[in-house]
Design a binder for this molecule. Sequence first.
Ligand SMILES: Cc1ncc(COP(=O)(O)O)c(C=O)c1O
Length: 460
Amino acid sequence: MTTAAAQLTAATAQRHLLLNMTANGSLGEQGEDLLVVQRGEGPYVDDADGNRYIDGLSGLYCCQLGYSYGPEFAEAAERQLRELCYSPLWTGSAHPSAIELAERLSRIAPVDIEHTFFASGGAEAVETAWKITRRYHALRGEPGRTKVIARRGAYHGLTVGALSLTDDPGLTEPYGPPAIDTRFVSNTNRLGLAPEFADDEVYTAWLLAELEAAILTEGPETVAMFIAEPVQNRGGCITPPMGYWQGLRALADRYGFLLVADEVITGFGRIGEWFGGDRYGARPDMVTVAKGITSGYAPLGATLVGTKVTEVINRPGAVLNHGYTFAGHPLSTAIALRNLDIMERDRILDNVRALEGDLAKRMAALKDLPIVADVRGTGFFYSCELAGDLDDGGFSDRARAELIGDLIPRRLREAGLLARVYDRSAPLVQIAPPLISDRAVLDRIAAIIAGTLAEASTRI
Ligand SMILES: Cc1ncc(COP(=O)(O)O)c(C=O)c1O
């Protein structure tokens, strides 16, 4: 039942609020199709009508701690705001909580990473990595390194620069030619590939040979940077084969480009490590983070920069002409510090490590359902790729509209689960629950998905 107050809120939103990545004109005149999330507790959120859901997506992959740490963060925020509300990290000025956070990050960062450049979110962090890359090459006398190699289907943010690193024409074409000259190579999704690629060694060798061929085709002296997520979100929690990140490091060293790990989603415990790349032996030159760095209690992004790079860009007199007014805002850095304290104190990574095996089993069992083509993921990060009614596994327009557009998202929500039902890169049901979720919550998530996909299976 919809309350009058909730109805009014939704209708006001429809009149005044433009949502991100939304057909704003199709939400209904009174905002009927809008989910207004009013409050949160633990791994749950309540909508404005008082319906409770498991937040199976941690907001937007950011609420690592769920929703019950408000008082502790409020105390950290109040203390910071009483002392200092704002100070820029600009032209030789800084403030203590940004300094302390940069030092804390260097302790958990991948090997050889000591410095941090703050931003307000993920796309800004990615663009920072690009600008630092350009400075690095120019200062070393290689200004001709102007190209990025990224991976097909990947997403690195929607600002004009970050958008260049995405090959989805639906996202890029409305905005004209890309700002950054980018080439794309395969991601590490082996669904539908020949059986020999089930072998990690064979698959890794193939992927690295493809990347090397792209570098040689472009001319190694033109390639500035390679960017990839340790586990690619878009396309559905795509994990890498063993040896892949070591091979990327070797190619970066051989051909002189910088290796950037985009950990905006995989960072801060999502897959049971501080950085997802830790699990795969990644040794990137830079790491981009956002989202989980504050568990969503404040906005913050950051680019973690390795010593190989800072030794060049920090040469005496070299100016880093780049910045954002709110980069490393004291409120956000104070919240991020408290987030690290809480994650350590409450052993959040241990919770993921203790429960991920069970979640993996529950998710793998979904493969038996006719509508499930593949289950991928690790940690608290899983996707089911869906198989449709057509002979090649695709969806007819009717089945797509009926199942992905309606039945599956509706049933998940009716059962009390917010999960991502996605049809842009591949048809998917995806989860990334808060890292404080216990076994019962994870079991419930898996059971709701199983029930929903079992019903959907009868319709194809
Ligand atoms: C891997 C990755 N990089 C970058 C971004 C952009 O982050 P933001 O939305 O904070 O700009 C995202 C956002 O989801 C992301 O998933």
